[in-house]
Design a protein around this ligand. Structure first.
Ligand code: FPP
Length: 250
């Protein structure tokens, strides 16, 4: 149920994607080891899922671990994997209670067998929930996504089930990591940097971008509302002119 909406928020994005950046700097600022930054990063994950339910955002996609994050020191990679493993179990009751469906997007074949099983269990347990779809991008990269789609289509061409001239944008879109929900309307990146970092490259083509100086563990409801207000103030033109968009039927 949507409640407490500020008057400036005249339209709510259906799908928000977030690059959760700044855990390491937050830990450093508090004289803590980096992994505690990631651990504290779980709090705003919970809060943001609740905020999506509260404000009527139906899909939330979080960038938790990129294809390039394997290049971090092995200890940090291990600690992030352990956190992921623990939270997949620890958060299930909360997700069930709030009706949140969980889906992991990315190349899960690189994960341990135990982690892959836990992911499947969590997805299975929550599959009938419909308040919010929470997509966690783990071992995900936009280039990986487009590459795996190209490979799938090449296999179909080789098998004779797809003609090369039949490939259009829809064919490619249907081979990407998720196909059953709209693309992000709004991308939020915390941590003060202004880049996309190989996140959803195809899917973010028309997303509005909001960059926050807050470090991810400090992300909160006020900042979430600010992002919603900025989103509502933007005119989305999808390649058309401002005049065409202003006169288009709603
Ligand atoms: C980026 O901050 C953050 C990550 C690579 C990990 C994100 C993980 C979490 C928020 C943990 C909880 C989430 C789930 C879904 C279990 P950084 O380390 O790059 O920060 P820095 O730029 O300050 O170094």
């Amino acid at each position: 149920m949507t409640q407490h909406i500020a008057p400036q928020i005249t339209q709510i994005p259906k799908h928000i994607a977030i690059i959760m950046d700044g855990n390491g700097r937050w830990a450093k600022r508090h004289s803590l080891p980096r992994y505690l930054g990631h651990q504290y990063g779980l709090h705003p994950v919970r809060t943001t899922v609740e905020l999506c339910a509260k404000y009527g955002v139906k899909i939330l996609t979080l960038f938790a671990f990129s294809s390039e994050n394997w290049l971090r020191p092995p200890k940090e990679v291990r600690q992030i994997m352990e956190l992921f493993f623990r939270s997949l179990k620890g958060e299930i009751r909360r997700l069930q209670k709030s009706g949140v469906r969980l889906r992991i997007i990315g190349d899960r074949t690189a994960f341990s067998q135990a982690l892959q099983e836990r992911i499947s269990q969590a997805e299975h347990t929550t599959e009938h929930n419909s308040t919010v779809l929470l997509q966690i991008a783990a071992n995900y990269g936009g280039r990986w996504d487009i590459t795996q789609a190209a490979r799938t289509l090449a296999q179909q061409v080789q098998a004779g089930t797809l003609q090369p001239e039949a490939i259009d944008e829809n064919t490619v879109a249907n081979a990407l990591a998720f196909t059953d929900c709209p693309y992000p309307d709004l991308l939020i990146r915390t941590g003060g940097e202004q880049r996309i970092s190989n996140f959803l490259l195809w899917q973010l083509a028309y997303a509005e971008l909001y960059f926050s100086d807050l470090l991810w563990p400090d992300f909160n409801e006020l900042e979430f509302i600010k992002a919603l207000e900025v989103y509502a103030s933007r005119q989305r033109r999808f390649g058309k002119t401002g005049e065409q968009t202003a006169t288009a039927p709603k």
